[in-house]
Design a protein around this ligand. Structure first.
Ligand SMILES: [Zn+2]
Length: 469
């Protein structure tokens, strides 16, 4: 890696994903890369963190089948309209055409809700709150991009059923709190944005999304949460009887975070040396690099290895006693984004010292006995700097424009998140689309600011626009 991500983001991103051992894109199906050990272990730790947050809030892990019969899939008409362009079909069993073709799930509402209909009998059975971490399939025709847009999407999707619309709405708020905490721990800044009517999830009452900004100024949607109201419940007959014996439709929600979470960490935190992983995500959290001379290998190991053995009980540690030169070892583990490095040669060790280095370059010589006590503070300092750098970049990517001309200049020069007014009418949205001045992300949650429409000058609300992935 000798590529700066500034000004070359696309090349930097492609190179780092391959060089750091995240994915190998040479698999012969477009948009379906192979996850390499370092990449998949990072994803695993990422989803483990998300699953912990979901478990703590009463969600339960399940696994549904990948195939959905066409007859079931097509019951919710808005949903099928939203996805029919991109579903992959199983049409044959051996040589025989299937009577009821099967869809490879593009998302799992239509796989799950017929089962919810069997499980939700009375008020006492609600809420149902479940999730799965699995792959979904979409035949993307747009350019695919590693970990960002593909035909196989590895993700965590949660689905819930509630007695009332208000409870469903409160659950969407909870989902946003969970996702906010998740990205806080990954040191990724974001906005929560309500998508406009024309861009909400197919079959939803409303959709919130989390959006961040990557180094080329484009935004990346890194999570969504939908209130589905009764729409799917009506299509799949998810009903329950109230305490007074009345039969009512349930209200449902769904929300998901994909491998884009990893894409965001790589894109936002990385530098010219490679990637930087948050401590809880990195497959190796602390790398030990002994510095040998020809004659002192045994002596160095005798002093350094016991510390490694002891820290290994608490953290994911690795002892790199390969034949490479220390500089090459640093380079290799920095490329992969390992948060902390402990390095020591005989001179330091004989004085009872080691050097603790973090992936941001901060260095500290400490007593070998103090190492275990120093780790939590070092992790905290590492995360603090990761977040501060990310936040500085994110804040610089926030703009406001008063005219189409200003908006266009922003989108051409810096991109980022640009605030303008919009009256809410489709005619003006279509005009913006025609002018190719970015995409309407929607209304920032909690921001009700009134602004004149940038197209027609009528009364409107402030929205966020961007060039997005
Ligand atoms: Zn307008």
């Amino acid at each position: 890696m000798e590529i700066s991500k500034v000004g070359n983001f696309s090349e930097w991103y492609q190179t780092v994903l391959f060089d750091a051992g995240i994915v190998d894109q040479r698999y012969p199906v477009k948009g379906m890369p192979v996850y390499m050990p370092w990449g998949f272990q990072s994803l695993d730790h990422m989803f483990a963190l998300l699953e912990t947050l979901l478990n703590e809030t009463g969600h339960q892990k399940m696994l549904f089948p990948v195939a959905i019969p066409e007859s079931v899939f097509s019951k919710e008409t808005e949903h099928i309209k939203g996805f029919e362009d991109e579903v992959l079909w199983i049409t044959h069993g051996g040589l025989t055409p299937l009577e009821d073709r099967l869809v490879l799930r593009p998302t799992s509402e239509t796989a799950m809700y017929p089962m919810f209909a069997l499980w939700a009998r009375s008020h006492a059975d609600l809420p149902i709150k479940i999730y799965q971490t699995t792959s979904v399939y979409r035949h993307e025709t747009k350019a695919t991009r590693l970990l960002i847009r593909g035909r196989e999407v590895y993700w965590n999707e949660a689905h819930t059923s509630h007695a009332t619309f208000e409870e469903a709405a409160e659950n969407v708020e909870e989902a946003i709190r969970i996702y906010s905490e998740f990205y806080r721990q990954l040191c990724i800044p974001f906005l929560v944005i309500q998508r406009p009517e024309f861009d909400k999830f197919a079959g939803a009452e409303y959709t919130f999304a989390l959006d961040t900004v990557v180094p080329d100024g484009r935004t990346l949607q890194i999570g969504t949460a939908h209130n589905l109201g009764e729409n799917f419940a009506k299509a799949y007959d998810v009903k329950y009887s109230t305490d007074s014996g009345e039969s009512k439709y349930a209200c449902q929600t769904s929300y998901g975070i994909s491998m884009r979470g990893l894409a965001a960490m790589i894109a936002v935190h990385g530098d010219e040396k490679g990637i930087k992983l948050p401590f809880q995500i990195s497959p190796v959290q602390i790398i030990f690099v002994p510095i040998y001379s020809k004659e002192n290998v045994t002596e160095v190991d005798a002093k350094l290895k016991p510390v490694f053995e002891s820290l290994k009980k608490t953290y994911r540690c690795k002892y790199d006693d390969s034949n490479k030169r220390p500089g090459d070892k640093y380079y290799f583990w920095e490329l992969k984004g390992v948060p902390l490095r402990v390095e020591a040669g005989m001179r330091d060790l004989s004085e009872g010292k080691v050097t603790l280095v973090d992936r941001n370059g901060s260095k500290k010589v400490i007593a070998i006995d103090a190492l275990s006590k120093e780790i939590p503070a070092a992790v905290e300092a590492y995360h603090k700097k990761l977040y501060e750098d990310a936040k500085t970049f994110f804040e610089k990517a926030q703009f406001s424009a008063k005219t189409i001309k200003e908006l266009r200049e922003r989108m051409d020069e810096t991109r980022g998140m640009v605030r303008v007014g919009w009256c809410g009418n489709m005619a003006c949205a279509e005009e913006l689309d025609k002018l190719d001045v970015g995409k309407i992300l929607g209304y920032e949650k909690g921001n009700d600011k009134e602004r004149e429409c940038v197209v027609c000058s009528k009364k409107g609300k402030e929205i966020v626009m961007s060039k997005s992935y």
